[in-house]
Unconditional design. Structure first.
Ligand code: SAM
Length: 381
């Protein structure tokens, strides 16, 4: 038995029973099959001992800059007493902890009234989150995704996420001679194989029509139908405030440009990038870049105004990472700590191999008059 044989048997049984499945159904099983999926099975995913780094694992300064921006949002909204912070896809709770540490230390007035709600699809992560957030437990609540999106819940404040959208299952498509086809996962002689066929859902064709984009002959790509649905849910639940989304991605013209002939689907295992999703089922991460044009357009239809969109390096540089460095240099922190921050900064903002330009930040607002956020100051202001 290889480690992934149990998951492979489940997927194979599904295909045997119902016929070929969409790539989205396959990705859903690989990432979220209870007990066996990449995010729903034990093991360290993020950081040096895991499979990939997220910005959060690089340095606490990332969370501290986001906290600076969140405090600015609170001021822009006239400091509402019921300001609630929500993190969706909170993982091990590291980002939430860095944000809460900053707010407790620097924004005591806001912190004293604040509620932080963690929403994470994998419930077993709650104990790791509670451990990291031990100093803030009287401010923290947990909601399952269904409770968060349920009809009984709404809030005022800021909903943020880091690398949530890229972990949502996507449909894969290819432009064939006779038009757009979907890539399915089928079974041939006991092995998982790809097969193309008519679209499983007309929404996939409409997705490209709405963007006014036509893929080139032979071009493969992905369509994330869940992300805009998630945004619609978020826009309904948020009464007033901001949605801050950080993720890999591009505007649609760049994401679907002809030079991205094979799409943006990638797998990560032990810090190596892999392009074959049919190996190490449930033991490697599968991700796909976010189409930020759709997030912004859909947002506007839902009453979410785009406040700021750009590369992570521009966000961090204009929202406070320089202040973080200056304050650290002036402090009596050990010199290794100061060096760690300077090296972390390099990783977080460097394009080409760093995290600075593949990662994007999108901030949308609802019901806030002319927000003036830190990132809107521009670099060097
Ligand atoms: C790529 S990880 C990112 C974790 C963390 N934000 C970080 O940056 O290290 C994506 C996380 O989102 C969670 N997730 C996926 N769909 C979700 C949903 N609908 N609601 C809440 N969490 C979800 C997954 O279980 C996983 O922990």
């Amino acid at each position: 038995m290889t480690d992934d044989s149990q998951l492979k048997d489940i997927i194979a049984a599904r295909i045997a029973q119902q016929g070929r499945i969409t790539f989205a159904a396959f990705m859903e099983a690989c990432l979220y099959e209870p007990g066996l999926g990449y995010y729903t099975s034990p093991g360290r995913k993020v950081g040096a001992e895991g499979d990939f780094y997220t910005s959060i694992s690089v340095h606490a300064a990332f969370g501290r800059v986001i906290a600076r921006e969140i405090a600015r949002m609170w001021r822009n909204m006239d400091q509402p007493a019921d300001f609630t912070l929500v993190e969706c896809g909170a993982g091990n709770g590291r980002l939430a902890c860095d944000i809460m540490d900053y707010l407790a230390e620097r924004e005591a007035g806001m912190y004293g009234q604040l509620t932080l709600i963690l929403v994470e699809r994998e419930p077993s992560l709650e104990s790791a989150q509670a451990e990291l957030l031990a100093a803030h437990l009287d401010r923290v609540r947990w909601l399952a995704p269904e409770e968060f999106s349920g009809s009984g819940f709404s809030f005022t404040g800021c909903l943020y996420s880091n690398e949530l959208m890229d972990a949502l299952p996507v449909h894969r498509v290819v432009m064939a001679d006779d038009g757009l086809q979907e890539i399915y996962v089928a079974l041939k002689e006991g092995e998982l194989v790809e097969e193309s066929g008519p679209l499983s859902n007309p929404a996939i064709g409409e997705y490209f029509d709405r963007l006014g984009i036509k893929l080139h002959p032979g071009q493969q790509s992905e369509v994330n139908l869940i992300a805009p649905e998630w945004l619609a849910m978020a826009a309904r639940v948020l009464q007033r405030g901001f949605i801050l989304t950080i993720d890999y991605g591009f505007p649609a013209v760049e994401l679907y440009a002809p030079h991205r002939n094979m799409g943006s689907l990638l797998c990560y295992h032990r810090h190596k990038v892999e392009d074959n999703p049919y190996i190490r089922l449930g033991r490697q991460d599968i991700t796909s870049h976010v189409d930020f044009t759709t997030m912004m357009k859909r947002g506007e239809e839902l009453g979410l105004l785009p406040v700021w969109f750009g590369e992570q390096y521009r966000f961090l540089l204009s929202a406070g990472i320089i202040e973080e460095i200056e304050e650290s240099e002036r402090s009596d922190l050990p010199s290794e700590e100061k060096l760690r921050l300077r090296l972390g900064l390099k990783k977080l903002i460097m394009p080409d191999g760093g995290m600075g330009d593949t990662f994007k930040v999108l901030i949308q607002s609802k019901g806030v008059e002319k927000p003036q956020l830190l990132c809107q100051r521009g670099i060097g202001a």
